[in-house]
Design a protein around this ligand. Structure first.
Ligand code: ADP
Length: 230
């Protein structure tokens, strides 16, 4: 049996996103509650929020953007809201939507901000997935409860994630650090780290290597790749 990957990854397909969003919409409908406005947490909540608008027949879609900030002198990442604009939603029922509730920090922040600054008539939270053992909040609606932490590789961050996955190998793997590595070797190390086949990423694999080379993170050399600045 293959060893456990260092970072367990599940590749999520577009079809699964549609299926999960449809399931989430059904849960909301079955509860008898209907939002007037949907607010997507950027950027992860955009696609699920747009699909919920379609499935729940909601026209108004807004968004708030969260950002992770590495606090100086502390390695802890703190979530902050970028562009904290004011609105008056006192006549409206609001549904705040994100892809996943992991720590829950982003959603706690967004929910408090909206409640305080936009004063909606009602405010509920929906997420496709909820990592119940680690999350500080439980969303009002979710489709999948995740009991063991996994990185869900959503289709809208496939390039970004693949680039980060590869960079991390060059930064941390002793067999690769400072060396020239052949692409087939890199593929097998990648499989070991993340438990997924680079082939399953389709064109994103080549694109990620190209972008990393263009950014000067990696260099394409005779016989393979070498890290330049990771
Ligand atoms: P939350 O505040 O929702 O717990 P975090 O603050 O930990 O989430 O992360 C914010 C965003 O990072 C999420 O909305 C999602 O886009 C991404 N993210 C966090 N954890 C995961 C995960 N396990 N798999 C995929 N994406 C994740």
């Amino acid at each position: 049996m293959a060893a456990k990957p260092k970072v367990p990854v599940k590749l999520v397909s577009w079809d699964e996103i549609v299926e999960w969003s449809r399931g989430l919409a059904s849960r909301i409908e079955e509860s008898g509650w209907k939002p007037d406005v949907i607010v997507a947490v950027a950027r992860g909540g955009y696609v699920p929020a747009r699909l919920l608008c379609d499935f729940l027949d909601v026209t108004d879609l807004l968004s708030v953007q969260s950002q992770h900030w590495v606090e100086a002198a502390r390695m802890a990442e703190k979530a902050i809201l970028k562009f904290p604009y004011k609105l008056d939603l006192s006549d409206l029922k609001v549904l705040l939507v994100d892809d996943i509730v992991d720590t829950g920090d982003t959603l706690i922040l967004a929910k408090d901000f909206i409640a305080r600054e936009w004063t909606p008539k009602d405010l509920k939270i929906a997420a496709l997935q909820w990592i119940s053992p680690v999350a500080k909040i439980k969303p009002d609606y979710y489709y999948i409860e995740v009991k063991e932490w996994i990185w869900f590789q959503y289709p809208w961050t496939r390039l970004e994630d693949t680039m980060q996955f590869i960079t991390r190998i060059f930064r941390e793997d002793e067999r690769v650090k400072g060396k020239i590595i052949r692409e087939d070797e890199l593929k097998s190390v990648f499989k070991e780290w993340y438990g997924i086949e680079p082939e399953s990423l389709g064109f994103y694999w080549d694109m990620a290597l190209e972008k990393l080379a263009a950014k000067g993170v990696l260099e394409r050399v005779e016989g393979g790749f070498k890290a330049v600045k990771v």
